[in-house]
Design a protein around this ligand. Sequence first.
Ligand SMILES: Nc1ncnc2c1ncn2[C@@H]1O[C@H](COP(=O)(O)OP(=O)(O)OP(=O)(O)O)[C@@H](O)[C@H]1O
Length: 342
Amino acid sequence: MFFDRERELGKLLRMVSYDPNMITFIYGPINSGKTALMNEFVKRLPNDYVVFQVNLRRTPITSYEEFVDILFSLEFRDRVKTLKEAVSLILSAGKEAFGFPIPAELLNEIVREKKPKNAFAYIATLMKEVKEAGKNSILIVDELQVIGDLKVNGPLIYEMFNFFVHLTKEEHLAHVFVVTSDSLFIEKVYNEAVLQGRSSYFFVDDFDKETALKFLVSQGFTNDEAELVWSYFGGKPVYLVEALKHREELKEWCEEVLEDRTSWLVLSLNSIRRKNSELFKDILVLLNEFIDREIVKCNEIDDAVFWAVKNNILFFDPRKRLLRPQGRLELLAIRKALDEVG
Ligand SMILES: Nc1ncnc2c1ncn2[C@@H]1O[C@H](COP(=O)(O)OP(=O)(O)OP(=O)(O)O)[C@@H](O)[C@H]1O
């Protein structure tokens, strides 16, 4: 059951009705519904689009071979002998193509030579052929940051950024969407010279109050029940969906989830206190800012901010340079945890 996001869907569909020009980074707090939104977007695309999804979160990627494995998914292995056959397979597969079909011989060469450029050149050629056949390519990459440390003749991520610029601004071959919840990654991307003037940012936030309440009421909740859920979880879709399963003992369930999140935070803070008392003090000062505010200005990612963002307690928006809890649950957990450790 997919709910709302009509404004976001309208924007995305409009975006791809023009020639590709920029890489679009889809970002936002954790579990805000980025993946669900992109899935719905794909469903609503007209049939003259071909969507290639590269999901890097499925398995850990620690080598070039593993990266190539994800790119050229097993599903299409050994099914084509030539580029022409690969293109036919894509065109006959419908709107969603999972991975890029590639002749086995070429794949072996790409793995042997360890030159990501060759893999990307092959994909660009495929997309060119797709375009000549009258279809528009869309590339959606989920969790690109997982290859952040991977080096294959230099950092692989830069090779990918260059490839995305080639597909968009230079050749207008494909719309490229990079989806991530990692705001530290977005911060790096935002300051990356190679991406200046070549990327745009699309923010997917939790539902606002009106939408969250509408969703819950549309699923049979009373206004009071919906208000109660909002007071614990704000508009975080994942919890709204979970709340539906706990209607019989709603208040207890809300309290339990908050208790769990608070205990986890107290444990993490106590562990930091033992290991690094200076950092612990700085984190306390930082979290104390949220005692009477929900959002604060942040100009510098110091160690305390880094820790809180890395551990998904806070979310940092690099464009507005704002820091806030990942969701309402985290805001409440911070306030309770400070009572215990402070
Ligand atoms: N528009 C929506 N309508 C109904 N349910 C939704 C919607 N968006 C998200 N959800 C629910 O919330 C869950 C989490 O959403 P999703 O996985 O899309 O978040 P995400 O932002 O991609 O997460 P991550 O932070 O892990 O990248 C979904 O599995 C779904 O149950």
